[in-house]
Design a protein around this ligand. Sequence first.
Ligand code: NAP
Length: 317
Amino acid sequence: MEGLIPLGKTDIRISRMGLGTWQWGDRLMWSYGKTHTDRDLREAFQATLDAGINFFDTAEVYGKGRSERLLGEYLREACQPPSAAPLVVASKFMPYPWRLRKGALCSALRASLTRLNMVRVDLYQIHWPFPPVPIATWANALADAVEAGWARAVGVSNFNPAQMSRAYEVLAKRGVPLASNQVEYQLLNRRVEHNGLLDLCHQLGVTLIAYSPLGKGLLTGKYTPEIRPPGARGFTVSKARLGRIQPLIQRLREIGVAHGGKSPAQVALNWLIAKGTVPIPGAKNARQAQENAAALGWSLAACEIARLDEESQKASE
Ligand SMILES: NC(=O)c1ccc[n+]([C@@H]2O[C@H](COP(=O)([O-])OP(=O)(O)OC[C@H]3O[C@@H](n4cnc5c(N)ncnc54)[C@H](OP(=O)(O)O)[C@@H]3O)[C@@H](O)[C@H]2O)c1
């Protein structure tokens, strides 16, 4: 399929954008069961496949395993033309404080594989660099997972440059490349540009997977000081902040118009692709999945990227 890129330095090939599945089963943050049902999610999954996207991100903690179970179910029934690219499934290990032994990672991975109904996951990631277990121990456990044939490739998530370098070195000694680092990155959070992580990923050939690429919905433009996001998300963003981001939303709209009517979400996702990263927007239904997928297949001009860089700076001041 056209437009696929390598995942890090592996032979796995992914679309320039993936689909995030935190929403699949999560009631607290994402109001699963109220704003979207399993039927909506199945349709979002199929719409994503139809758009040529082959990369899906889940985690053992999403919906307490429900996200992996639903993804496993949809994968089993997936309706894809024979010429379509093989699907690439990523999941994550949570280093809970009671998981103290290296073997905990492979046990958790096998439980994920059962929920996903797969014999091997394409990408297995450490969700957070939480203490007390050292990064080297979990990195060695990732290498064990590859050697055992339970993961094709491995990655980390929420690792800063020093933490990522440590994981990279330990894996390299075992002959396993660190494929990816999944971190928050979008126009409202550009920390990875300031702390050197984006440059380091490019230097080392590690794919930066950008999570919350729509700022948990804020960059779609549908939330304003008067219209707050539903559920727990409403408590994470103040009225003042919602007011501060409106000029950026206006800029996204203007640029979208210049590209034949692209939406703020599509422009925000295209900006992340232009930065050399792979965004994984979450979608609650087919309409959102289709809209997000149309961020592919066109490119922002350099001057538009510069204007968005400038406006996003002001929105975060
Ligand atoms: N590794 C980590 O620690 C970590 C952390 C967070 C996320 N992630 C991953 O990254 C994925 C994406 O991040 P995210 O889910 O936090 O946030 P996001 O992708 O920035 O926002 C997703 C939400 O925005 C709204 N939305 C999406 N597309 C839309 C559209 N076209 N039009 C209108 N509204 C739209 C939907 O919520 P509403 O309709 O309710 O507004 C959707 O649930 C997650 O699903 C997960 O796989 C990983």
